[in-house]
Design a protein around this ligand. Structure first.
Ligand code: GLU
Length: 292
């Protein structure tokens, strides 16, 4: 039992839940219950152009049908801009954040000039053009705010499922964006601010997010925030072998049979099948299996 356990499920309302996102929802709920902890739902609606109107309510209804209800009022990130601004201001004051005037084209050109190309499917590693120690904006207007990585070499951390993890954030990611050129808050800043504000002790989420963890640990360190314990859940692959995602058209969960949807998610988590037709009883059995 972990009395201070606080976990969360933090969907982006870019569409309804699908079989893949239910795995992260169920795992985070079971882990919280197995620790007799608190489970929260946070709607991560900062990337407004990607949000679909009504998807938040749809997701909450899907979770409710699956017996997964937030233990405290649901939080919407779109309501929390003042908090993100306060922590960005703190980072700026401490020299951990700087304004960047580079467009995507500028970044590509700078990388090209260094003989580097952006890896396919990956965001370009920011070459550090506007870092204060390299002359800063150099007369360009500020567009975005970036985190000044101050950690040379590899950052090591531990994932409860994946084991020892490491990433060289400086060379593999570069100084990442905290506030975008379009004024929107970046996921990395919002997630770190909210995990801390909500006292999240354990993060359980899909493995596709595992390589964001090092960036979040760097931000937590710079802001003097506690480090949650991380567990990244297996991804559900579609028939084409690709990760199921809203982007590649994964189907919304069919709520006519929530137990069947939960059973598939439980199977992805290597939990045993349950012999019951009741959602609460199935969740109770899986909680015992998760804790064992
Ligand atoms: N909002 C993110 C997503 O839906 C998850 C963020 C997180 O769990 O850290 O992909």
């Amino acid at each position: 039992m972990t009395p201070s356990y606080r976990g969360r499920f933090a969907p982006s309302p870019t569409g309804p839940l699908h079989a893949g996102s239910l795995v992260a929802a169920l795992a985070s709920w079971l882990d919280a219950r197995a620790h007799r902890g608190v489970w929260l739902v946070r709607i991560e609606d900062v990337d407004t152009p990607r949000c679909v109107p009504g998807a938040d309510q749809h997701i909450l209804a899907q979770l409710a049908a699956c017996g997964l209800a937030s233990d405290e009022p649901v939080v919407w990130q779109s309501q929390r801009a003042a908090h993100y601004q306060a922590l960005l201001d703190a980072l700026i004051q401490q020299g951990h954040a700087y304004p960047c005037g580079c467009s995507r084209k500028d970044i590509e050109a700078a990388l090209h000039a260094q003989g580097l190309t952006r890896e396919r499917h990956h965001a370009a590693v920011y070459p550090g053009t506007c870092r204060p120690d390299r002359g800063g904006l150099n007369g360009k207007p500020a567009r975005a705010w970036r985190f000044a990585i101050d950690h040379p070499g590899r950052l090591h951390w531990f994932d409860r499922r994946l084991g020892a993890q490491q990433q060289n954030v400086a060379t593999e990611v570069g100084d990442f964006v905290l506030r975008r050129a379009d004024g929107l808050w970046a996921y990395q800043l919002a997630v770190v601010v909210d995990d801390a504000a909500q006292g999240i002790s354990h993060v359980v989420r899909g493995e596709d997010l595992a390589d964001n963890t090092a960036r979040q640990l760097l931000l937590q360190r710079a802001l003097g925030l506690p480090y949650p314990i991380y567990l990244h859940t297996p991804l559900v692959l579609g028939a084409n072998g690709e990760k199921l995602s809203k982007q590649n058209g994964a189907q919304a969960l069919d709520l006519s049979d929530p137990l069947a949807a939960l059973a598939l998610a439980a199977q992805a988590l290597s939990l045993p099948p349950v012999g019951t037709h009741s959602v609460p009883e199935a969740l109770a059995q899986w909680t015992r299996a998760w804790a064992a």
